[in-house]
Design a protein around this ligand. Structure first.
Ligand code: ZN
Length: 74
């Protein structure tokens, strides 16, 4: 099971560590609640697809497409 932590200050929006199943979300990098929710979703998708054998670039591309998919459907 993945553990998630919120920190006030950090250099990125968030990060997922696959070797420890840990997500850290950095609050200072977000403009509003929608931005924050998008980062949380992004990092949890990393967790969900961690066993798919994708490299970092493939994971980022897949997550990008998933997060934009609702716009394409409607
Ligand atoms: Zn990512």
């Amino acid at each position: 099971m993945v553990n998630s932590t919120f920190k006030v200050v950090g250099d990125d929006h968030g990060v997922y560590y696959d070797n420890s199943d840990r997500i850290i979300i950095y609050l200072n990098k977000h403009e509003n609640i929608e931005d924050l929710l998008s980062t949380i979703t992004h990092e949890y998708i990393h967790y969900c697809i961690k066993d798919e054998g994708l490299d970092d670039d493939q994971e980022e591309r897949l997550i990008y497409c998933v997060l934009w998919s609702e716009e394409y459907i409607t």
